[in-house]
Write a protein that binds this ligand. Structure first.
Ligand code: NAP
Length: 475
């Protein structure tokens, strides 16, 4: 049965004349039908958010209670939500369940942070002529937050925007990805059950070029928080002028397997983390730089570990790699791999496509100008590059325009710390791959991977303004 969903604006469910069809990404059947927002609905959502922010502010303790309740409800509804994610995003069910657990964590951490938002004392009395003054800062919410989210973590990346925004005392208008809007609407139902006052969270569904662009141009929005491609991130930056902006963008994550590495650990880790959710994770392993002394042993173990991955139906509890978000995306990945092969690359495992499912693939004999290496592939494809000098290897790693997260496998402390100082990324994982994230940590990239950090504590810093208060005392 195809379920129908409405927009969530000012605490009400709104049906519109136009609908968006959401397909099951594995079977390609229609899974749900969602009302699409037009200009009027977007206008109403922003006006409701502005009104709620000004007229119904929540105390920090109330924010804590509501966000904590959302976290509990997410766990109570874990299976229902995981099924939605599996259907609309095509995410293997075991990874979908993990996403729900992580979203519950994100809300729990944000609820705790809601009680810890504070400014600091400023010793203005230390300046000559200011002996009779005292000063401190307070943190105030920015107002209306415009959130635009991608398809690949339809719950937890929405959580990373909405939970800290509410924790900081803001109101939110969310535009989820058109491929995966149902999870966000389910979250709205949970907020309603947790008794969030009307207007503090609104969900408007529709394309980036209509709903997204309208939101970008709305001067009542004080801060935009965007996760998605660098191309749209740049557009947002150019359009939103002087507004505050958090940008979480793309990457082509590097992982170095040094001559001192535990190659078995590295191979098993990369097999899991290069291919989870069909490589459609912004920190998926994409470029593996392996020292020539350990290349053979590492490659043998990696190929074996990849052959052990279960590929196919995301509803199967054992599946590791399911479909990509759309068949055209799988075709794109196939084309990039073919281009690499035509240019001298060698597919040592995988390379085949069946509809939207692309087999986990390793390409070797690549060079740095091939798309599989220098662009973000966002598919289950890892390139193997051999090196023998670490300094040169890191220089090549840093030639990427991206810099979100990276990894290095080494048992040598000097090598690990050298890499920590030299690799240009927002986060470097030692003896782990690029794809490590827990939800309380600061998370965000450098260069074209974006600016500003996520992780509730860090987002709250971005989503509040620091206001200075100075007292001029008589004595
Ligand atoms: P995307 O195509 O950039 O879309 C992201 C969001 O932007 C969607 O909601 C999309 O709406 C919207 N959008 C599209 N055009 C727009 C416009 N002109 N104005 C305003 N909004 C617009 O990215 P995606 O394919 O969903 O996600 C994959 C990308 O996200 C990858 O590059 C990945 O690395 C990145 N990502 C980064 C992080 C991180 O934390 N750094 C995390 C996850 C993903 P529609 O869906 O309606 O097009």
């Amino acid at each position: 049965m195809v379920e129908k969903f409405k927009l969530f604006i000012n605490g009400q469910w709104m049906e519109t004349g136009e609908t968006l069809e959401v397909i099951n990404k594995y079977t390609q059947d229609t899974y749900a039908v969602v009302s699409k927002a037009g200009g009027q609905e977007v206008e109403k959502a922003v006006a409701s958010a502005e009104f709620a922010f000004k007229k119904n502010p929540l105390s920090p303790y109330k924010r804590y209670q509501i966000l904590k309740r959302v976290s509990e409800l997410l766990l109570e509804k874990k299976e229902e939500l995981a099924q939605v994610i599996m259907n609309e995003a095509g995410k293997p069910i075991k990874q979908a369940r993990t996403e729900v657990e992580r979203a519950a964590q994100t809300f729990e951490v944000a609820s705790e942070e809601a009680k810890r938002i504070s400014g600091e004392g400023v010793p203005v009395e230390a300046a000559p002529g200011s002996e009779n003054r005292m000063a401190f800062t307070i943190k105030v919410p920015v107002g209306v937050v415009g959130a635009i989210s991608p398809f690949n973590f339809p719950l937890n990346l929405v959580a990373h925007k909405v939970a800290p925004a509410i924790a900081a005392g803001n109101a939110v208008v969310l535009k989820p990805a058109s491929a995966t809007p149902v999870t966000a609407l389910k979250l709205a139902q949970i907020f309603q059950e947790a008794e969030l006052p009307d207007g503090l969270f609104n969900v408007v569904v529709g394309s980036g070029s209509t709903v997204g662009e309208q939101l970008m141009k709305d001067s009542r929005i004080s801060l935009y928080t965007f996760t998605g491609s660098a191309k749209i991130g740049l557009k947002l930056k150019q359009t939103t002028g002087l507004n505050k902006l958090i940008l979480e963008l793309g990457n082509n994550s590097p992982v170095i397997v040094d001559k001192h590495a535990d190659v078995e650990l590295a191979a098993n880790n990369i097999a899991q983390k290069g291919f989870a959710y069909a490589g459609q994770v912004c920190i998926s392993v994409q470029r593996v730089y392996v020292h020539e002394e350990v290349k053979e042993a590492f490659q043998e173990k990696l190929v074996q570990a990849i052959k052990d991955l279960k590929v196919g139906d995301p509803s199967d509890p054992d599946t590791d790699v399911g479909p990509m978000i759309a068949e055209e995306e799988a075709e794109r990945a196939e084309h990039w791999v073919k281009e690499a092969v035509d240019d001298g690359g060698e597919v040592i495992v995988g390379g085949k496509r069946n509809g939207p499912v692309f087999q986990p693939t390793i390409v070797s004999n690549v060079h740095k100008n091939m798309k599989v290496v220098c662009e973000e592939i966002f598919a289950p494809v890892v390139s193997l590059i051999t090196y023998n000098d670490l300094e040169e290897c890191i220089e090549e790693v840093n030639e990427s325009p991206y810099g979100l997260q990276g990894g290095i496998f080494t048992r040598d402390l000097d090598t690990a710390f050298y890499a920590a100082r030299k690799v240009e990324v927002g986060g470097l994982m030692i003896n782990d791959s690029s794809q490590y994230r827990v939800d309380l940590m600061p998370y965000g990239g450098v260069k074209d991977s974006g600016s500003g950090k996520e992780g509730p504590k860090y987002s709250i810093q971005e989503m509040t303004e620091e206001r200075l208060v100075v007292l001029n005392l008589n004595q």
